[in-house]
Design a protein around this ligand. Structure first.
Ligand SMILES: [Zn+2]
Length: 275
């Protein structure tokens, strides 16, 4: 979920209009979270981790009761999901390994993500993203179908010229148009996290892609990268270890390759054929 900051805030108004908690299912199934969230002044509960497990939970009586309680209490419900393992089912590897990412040694890998140069893979991912959007509607219209947790993207000859961030954004642009056929107001997160910490440089975000800044691994008690013992900043964090999150976000939005200008996303450089 994102922190929505109003332009001006009165003395009695909350500064952040979206205040939420993201809960894995094993936590969500323990306590009366909606009541606690409302009592704490939160606006939103996000479910987590995988689409298939959240869909199963919400289709059961327990999940329906959770949704009803959130509705009654006026709480928004979003779903923050490491999704590629569900959007491109792993068993498809046996039929067509070219749908899956290539590692640095030239092997197609079943376990995570996809080859973004495979049009077939993109079509399958989009079809399943639309299906999950039917099963897991977001009450805010914000959707979160992330790449697999901390895993690299594809290094095949057709993909390796794109960074992991560019590859993720390429997929997100395609997914956004697919899920808008189900929810016309949908927006979709580009997750800045682990392998996608550097900004995308070659792929531009389609209108409706928003930035979700979750700099992991890191210390969230101060500016990005601060608070870690000297010499322990992970390489992926080095580029943003001395600047604060707002500065970094601003630089992404206003740099020479604008983050989201509202312009039409150019055709995908890897959008045809299979890799
Ligand atoms: Zn590839």
């Amino acid at each position: 979920m994102t922190a929505t900051v109003p332009p001006e805030t009165g003395p009695d108004e909350a500064f952040f209009r979206t205040r939420g908690v993201v809960l894995v299912l094993r936590d969500l199934q323990t306590l009366d979270w909606p009541t606690r969230a409302q009592r704490a002044g939160l606006t939103t509960i996000g479910t987590h981790i995988f689409p298939h497990e959240v869909a199963a939970f919400l289709q059961a009586d327990e999940g329906q009761a959770f949704l009803e309680k959130c509705r009654t209490l006026g709480l928004q419900v979003e779903h923050e999901l490491h999704a590629m393992g569900d959007l491109l089912p792993r068993e498809l590897y046996d039929r067509d390994p070219s749908l899956f990412p290539m590692d640095a040694q030239g092997r197609r890998v079943r376990d995570y993500n996809l080859c973004v140069s495979s049009e077939t893979a993109l079509e399958i991912v989009c079809e399943n993203a639309a299906r999950y959007t039917e099963w897991l509607p977001s009450t805010t219209g914000r959707y979160f179908y992330w790449i697999d947790d901390g895993q690299p993207m594809c290094r095949c000859p057709r993909c390796r010229g794109l960074s992991d961030s560019d590859q993720a954004l390429l997929v997100e642009n395609r997914m956004l148009s697919a899920i808008r056929r189900v929810d016309p107001r949908a927006t979709l997160a580009h997750l800045v996290y682990a392998t996608t910490l550097p900004p995308p440089l070659q792929v531009k975000p389609a209108p409706g892609i928003f930035l979700e800044f979750a700099p992991s691994p890191g210390n969230m008690t101060g500016p990005c990268g601060n608070g870690r013992p000297a010499g322990t900043t992970p390489p992926a964090m080095a580029s943003c270890s001395t600047i604060s999150m707002p500065t970094w976000k601003s630089s992404v939005r206003t740099g020479p390759r604008c983050w989201n200008t509202g312009s039409t996303c150019p055709a995908s450089p890897a959008g045809s054929g299979s890799g």
